[in-house]
Ligand binder design. Structure first.
Ligand code: GLN
Length: 307
């Protein structure tokens, strides 16, 4: 695909999808997400040549939510390496992102790091390994993106905490199985902050280019993650990035990716590009309805996916 084609294809996606009548609903479990306008729509593609293609609200920051689980996982893998896999699995769950039911059968080992239970174990690892995990995670994001304005949204984090009954249940359940080293409150405080990170499509595409570039940063040429770490994270995004819709995303789009209930989706075409799309209304599985459609159009119109 040459450069002019990418921008033409993005323009086509924008015009085709602005006609679509969306039936999904904006996440409403906290007021900060409920009040985001449903018609926000943006997309940003960043390729290994450092070129950017975009449309719509691609520069507006939104709540990354579960997209942040990929970045906390990357920091945990960088920090403790393979020991992480004693505490969290690498299999798709086929269940909702906040499911409690799979832990019982698995002796408290979450199926994968992207369902909430798995992300809470990852958060626990970071809390164990850093004296100030919130500061460490921000430093990691600032190094990854080269942008030190990326920050927690304290209002979102506080709201998540006040409504986070199910996450409290999950963390306590993990603790009862001995798969939570730290105080439940402390781990949840980190997790809620992690989910509150606000980034735009442009910033997400630039952050995720490391997963398309064999672990090397594009803005500094530094080897930030190993090739093996990137391979594994991409594999997990492909098989587990969309919870009980991972098969559907793979079938329709054919790229590793990760969604969040803020309406964002990031996808990676290894050795080519990273792309982020944002549209708040979610389908019943908690994934952005228009975001999924936009990425399906992208791989169909370019004719390239990982398959
Ligand atoms: N903060 C949300 C939660 O923990 C994140 C879930 C998501 O984006 N799927 O419930």
């Amino acid at each position: 695909v040459n450069v002019t084609d990418y921008q033409k294809i993005l323009n086509q996606i924008q015009s085709e999808l602005s006609e679509v009548k969306v039936t999904g609903k904006v996440a409403s479990y906290i007021p900060e997400l409920a009040k985001v306008p449903a018609d926000k729509f943006g997309m940003h593609l960043y390729n290994l040549e450092g070129e950017s293609f975009c449309f719509g609200d691609s520069d507006a920051r939104f709540s990354t939510q579960s997209i942040s689980k990929v970045l906390s996982l990357a920091l945990a893998m960088k920090t403790i390496g393979g020991d992480l896999w004693k505490r969290v699995g690498v299999e798709p769950s086929g269940a909702k992102f906040n499911s409690l039911s799979l832990l019982e059968d698995n002796f408290g080992i979450p199926r994968n790091p992207f369902i909430n239970a798995g992300a809470l174990v990852v958060a626990d690892v970071l809390v164990s390994n850093f004296s100030n995990p919130k500061a460490a995670f921000l430093t990691f994001l600032h190094e990854l993106t080269g942008d030190d304005t990326i920050a927690y949204d304290e209002v979102v984090a506080a709201s998540e905490k006040s409504e986070g009954y199910r996450n409290f249940a999950l963390a306590n359940y993990l603790k009862s199985f001995g798969n939570m080293e730290n105080d439940v409150e402390e781990v949840l405080d980190f997790y809620f902050h992690q989910c509150s990170i606000a980034m735009s499509c442009k910033e997400l595409a630039q952050a995720f280019i490391v997963f398309a570039n064999q672990g090397k940063l594009l803005h500094s040429d530094r080897q930030f993650l190993t090739g093996q770490q990137v391979k594994r994270i991409n594999a997990l995004m492909l098989t587990c990035g969309f919870y009980d819709e991972a098969g559907e995303f793979s079938f329709e789009v054919g790229l590793p990716g990760k969604s969040g209930v803020g309406g964002g989706i990031v996808a990676v075409h290894p050795n080519h590009y990273a792309v982020a799309v944002w549209s708040p209304p979610l389908n019943p599985k908690g994934n952005s309805e228009l975001g999924m459609a936009a990425l399906e159009r992208l791989t169909t119109l370019t004719g390239y996916s990982i398959f």
